[in-house]
Ligand binder design. Structure first.
Ligand code: HEC
Length: 122
C-alpha cells in the first residue's frame, strides 16, 4: 500500500525536525548521569578502580601523579576509547603501569562501562 507522496514528505519533514531537535546539542556528549554516578563510586573505591592513586582530576582527594591528569579527558577521548583504556591499558601500551582492570577481572564489563561513563564527564 503506497501512501500519498505528500503525506510522506510532510511526515518525514516532521520526523527530521523532531530528530534534529532531540539530537542536535547533546548527541556526541550525552551522559547517562546515573551510570556516571555509579562509575564515580567504583573509580573512587580503593578496592575497585582506585583511579586517583595515579590520576589527578578536579575534586580528587590526595591524588597521585603516576598517570596524566584526567581533566578534560571526556573531550579528548570517546567513551569507547575510555572503555578500552580502562579495560586493558596494556593493549595501547605494553609497558603501561596502569592495571588492565577488565583483563585481570578487577572490574566487570558493567563496572568498566560505568567508569568510562564517569570519565567521559571529566
Ligand atoms: C597504577 C597507576 C594507575 C591506576 C591505578 C590507573 N591508571 Fe590510568 N593511567 C596510568 C598511566 C601511567 C597512564 C599513561 C598511559 C600509560 O602509561 O599507559 C594512564 C592513562 C590513562 C588514561 C589515558 C589518559 C590520556 O591522557 O590519554 C585514562 C583515560 C586513564 N588512565 C583512566 C584511568 C581510570 C578511569 C582509572 C581507574 C579505573 C585508572 N586510569 C587507574 C596509570 C594508572
Amino acid at each position: 500500500m503506497r501512501k500519498p507522496a505528500k503525506f510522506l514528505t510532510t511526515a518525514s519533514a516532521i520526523m527530521m525536525l523532531l530528530g534534529a531537535a532531540a539530537l542536535a546539542p547533546t548527541a556526541a556528549m550525552a551522559v547517562d548521569e546515573e551510570l556516571a554516578a555509579k562509575g564515580k563510586k567504583i573509580a573512587e573505591n580503593r578496592k575497585k578502580g582506585n583511579c586517583f592513586t595515579c590520576h589527578a582530576y578536579k575534586g580528587a582527594h590526595l591524588a597521585g601523579n603516576i598517570g596524566p591528569a584526567l581533566d578534560g579527558i571526556g573531550k579528548r577521548k570517546t567513551k569507547k576509547e575510555l572503555y578500552d583504556q580502562i579495560w586493558d591499558a596494556t593493549a595501547m601500551n605494553p609497558n603501561s603501569s596502569m592495571p588492565p582492570f577488565g583483563k585481570y577481572e578487577a572490574l566487570s564489563k558493567d563496572e568498566v562501562k560505568a567508569v568510562a561513563e564517569w570519565a567521559s564527564t571529566l
